[in-house]
Ligand binder design. Structure first.
Ligand code: PXP
Length: 242
């Protein structure tokens, strides 16, 4: 049975919009775990646009399932990770201007430096996963770089429609089979939502799905009515005009 890792970055994004203390992604992580998440994913970006160092420190102390630190393969992040010791590091590309993680890592093009950083993370006891496009070259390179897992980028599948979506699903399936045959664990994520996940779950090699945006978007809408009622209850009502 495959597992669900919940990405809490968007809770931090909402907090950062006001620069205050709520909503706290650490509290959100605890609720996600109580609801059945198998891991908590948080992306510490170089520009700290959402998740903060303080969040990772508290998550490391409180997460009871597994903490998956998403990060760029930079010296700064490797230093933080080897000190913090998340259970998993998922290495992603990071460009300052992008809204979210746009493409997979070019493992093949950066094999030697990536292999060196993967080794340092693994020597610290951290499981290393590489976020890659579902391409045979990148998957073989991930094995050569010494990764434990690949996380297949499902974003193109998620954005496509009809025959094009079926083509992307086929690529994901082939990539999962290849990664598994090479001895890599297989995760998947990005852009998965309540309507597109089912077809992907038919790929048996995928052991964990990492999902953030659609879960947080749904939480906001499903929780809105309750939140309005709770606030209204705090405002005195004066009879007929209430
Ligand atoms: N996996 C990786 C590597 C990501 O970068 C992201 C986005 O932060 C996700 C999964 C989750 O994507 P989404 O928020 O679209 O569910």
């Amino acid at each position: 049975m495959a597992k669900l890792g919940v990405n809490i970055d968007h809770v931090a994004t909402l907090r950062q919009a006001r620069g205050g203390i709520e909503p706290d992604p650490v509290t959100a992580a605890a609720l996600c775990e109580l609801a059945g998440a198998s891991s908590i994913v948080a992306h510490l970006r170089e520009d700290r646009r959402h998740v903060q160092d303080r969040d990772l420190t508290l998550l490391r102390a409180t997460v009871q399932t597994r903490l998956d630190m998403e990060m760029a393969a930079t010296e700064e992040m490797v230093a933080i990770a080897t000190r913090l010791k998340p259970d998993i590091c998922t290495l992603v590309p990071e460009r300052r201007a992008e809204l979210t993680t746009e493409g997979g890592l070019d493992v093949r093009g950066h094999l030697a430096p990536l292999a060196e950083r993967i080794k340092r993370l693994r020597d610290a006891g951290i499981v290393v996963s590489l976020f890659v496009e579902p391409s045979p070259e990148q998957i073989k390179a991930s094995r050569d770089a010494g990764a434990d897992f690949v996380e297949l980028h499902t974003g193109h599948y998620a954005n496509a429609r009809g025959a094009e979506q079926a083509r992307h699903l086929h690529l994901l399936r082939e990539a999962a089979v290849l990664a598994d045959a090479l001895g890599l664990g297989v995760n998947a994520g990005h852009g998965l939502n309540y309507t597109n996940i089912q077809a992907v779950t038919a790929i048996p090699q995928i052991v964990e799905y990492n999902i953030g945006h659609s879960i947080m978007a749904r939480a906001m809408l499903l929780g809105l009515e309750r939140a309005v009622r709770d606030m209204r209850a705090l405002i005195p009502q004066d009879g007929a005009t209430a």
